[in-house]
Structures are given as C-alpha cells and as structure tokens.
Design a protein around this ligand. Sequence first.
Ligand SMILES: Cc1ncc(COP(=O)(O)O)c(C=O)c1O
Length: 367
Amino acid sequence: MSSPFVRTPHPAPTPEARRAEILTAPGFGRYFTDHMVTIRWSAAQGWHDAEVKPYGPMTFDPASMVLHYGQEIFEGLKAYRQPDGSIASFRPEANATRFRGSAARLAMAELPEELFLGSISELLAVDHEWVPAAGGEDSLYLRPFMLATEVGLGVRPSAEYLYALIASPAGPYFSGDLKPVDVWLSTEYTRSALGGTGIAKCGGNYAASLLPQAQGAEHGCAQVAYLDAEERTWIDEMGSNNLFFVFGSGDDAEVVTPSLTGSILAGVTRDSLLVLAKELGCQVTERRVSGQEWLEGAADGRISEVFGCGTAAVITPIGGVKHAGGEVTIGGGETGPITAKLRALLTDIQRGTGADTHSWMRTLHPA
Ligand SMILES: Cc1ncc(COP(=O)(O)O)c(C=O)c1O
C-alpha cells in the first residue's frame, strides 16, 4: 500500500549550522523541527488528509469545540539515535495504544496504531537530522496530540478531530549527576478520582495540576505527589511521573509501586521498570501504599529509596518528601543504588548500548 501521507517540504528549513547550534543545548520543548504531521478525522470521511508539512501556526475557528470544553489528548515519547546511526523509539506501540485509550475516555475518534506509528516514521523521514547524536542523553521528544475541531458550542463529542505530531530536541534532564529532588505531598488537591480522567492523558489533567505544582514550588519541591480522591489516604502518583518505593536494601530489597487502581496513568516506564526490577533480583510488588506508610517508612529507614519515573527523565530520585505537617528525608537524601541501577539498565536499552532482551526498541528510521 502506498503511504497515505502527502509530503510538502519546508521551503526554507533551518540551516545546518543553526540546527547544530540548537542541538548543543536544546533544553526541553524550546525548539521544534522543521515539519509536523497532521491527519484529520470526520464522521463522514474517517481518517483523511494525512500530511507532512512545514511546522507552523494552526488557525482555528473561535467556536472550535476544544477551546471550550477541552476535548484534547496527547502523548509523549522519544526517538533515540542508536550507535549504528539508525533511529529507534522505546515501546511506541504502548503509546499508540494508550493514545487510543485516552481518545476512548474523552469520546474522541481513535487513531489506528499503524497511523500513530506511521506518523512518527514520516516525520523522521524528513526531520531525522534533528535527532541528537548517539552517546549522550539527548533525544528527540515526540509530541502527538489530538483536538476537537468541530465548530459549535453544544456540549457533545465533536464530529471532527485534528491529530498532529510535532517534535522537539531534548537535552539531558539532569546535567551531570542524578540529583534527588524534593516532592510536595498534597493533602489539599487531588489529581484524579475513580471514574475520572486520570487514566487518560488529556490536557485538562495537567491544567488542574498547575496550582498544586505552584504550591509545591513555593516549598522548594520539583513535583507534587497526590493521594487518592476517595479516602485521601493512598498514594496515586505525581503530576507527570509514576512513583516507586524501595523497602529494605541489598538482597532483601522489595520494589513497590502503587497498583493501577483506575485513577493512575499507566506509565510505559513504570511497566518496563517492573520487569527490570524483577530481573535485578528484587521482589516486586504492586499494591496500595499510604501517605502515612511513606512518611513513617522514610523516617524509620524501612523505605530506603523513592523515585519517580516517566519518559522525560526516565527516573528521578526523590530525596525528601514535604507536606503541610513537616518533611522527611529519604535514604539520607542521596540517590540509592537500585534507583541508579534501574536507570542505567533502562537508558542503556534505549540508547542501544544494552541488550534489548524484551524487543522493546522499534527502528523508525534506518541508519
Ligand atoms: C500523570 C503521568 N503519570 C505517569 C507518567 C509516566 O508515563 P510514561 O512512563 O509513559 O512516560 C506521565 C508521563 O507521561 C504522566 O503524565
């Protein structure tokens, strides 16, 4: 079958010297590649008008439904330059599946997995030079998203959607050593309730996290950890990371993460770390962890390490947890050995320097 994507090359792509300059210190989400992908959906035509075209502004009717009722979803994944020069992504089909799940929860059209994956290959075909060199921590961050474009103010599912894919070179999350961050345990705000949208990656979840995030920042915290909405007892996750707790140490270490109860986003990194932690020889448990267990366990040393995980930083060590009633240091405020080992194992697989024994990597552009 011929590609359904129509390619319109950028008439004046970023000069090579400028791109090289950007790639020396790309930061995160500051620069974008020369092209983007768009695909439209309508009830009458299904998925159509798949295009690769110059990156640029989009125009919307002021009554487009997304602008009023927030029918919008997104994904986040990365393209990594491999040692042989090819470009691969980590379990992108898991993101494709989650994108469909998010669409279903928001009553939106579901993009078939092959179009999701095809859109990434298409973008890399024209913008592959934007993928940073192998050997470092840099990558090309891919941001697929979809929004409701039907014009009208009725509160109902849109009959038209726009899927788009943009890409942004991303530098290392940690410059230098893995530095533990402090986390704010919010007892005032929640992220998601059972039956809500926490299992979906929709923009509204992140809009609602900005106020608690600012509150956490006032206390010097990099992220916010949330309790469940029903009992305000059980740890759910953070604003953009799942959470892991290490009980004990050495041969007796048990790696625990909150079970997917219906309000937590099922992270691809979380799922992969459950596998790798078992291979490291740790006992691995998915169960409920209460906020109290976290605070007491960190204080009396039963909990030796805590970390957040997600595509952006892979693993973020957590050195302390603060809350309205005080603060507790975890593992002496240092990055623990299991945190560091798991991070190295996963990043080695992603960079193509570690054995991909689970066939997690997908080549999306040849060498
Ligand atoms: C709320 C939330 N939880 C967890 C994650 C981690 O998910 P993943 O490992 O798939 O990036 C993310 C980031 O995507 C997130 O936004």
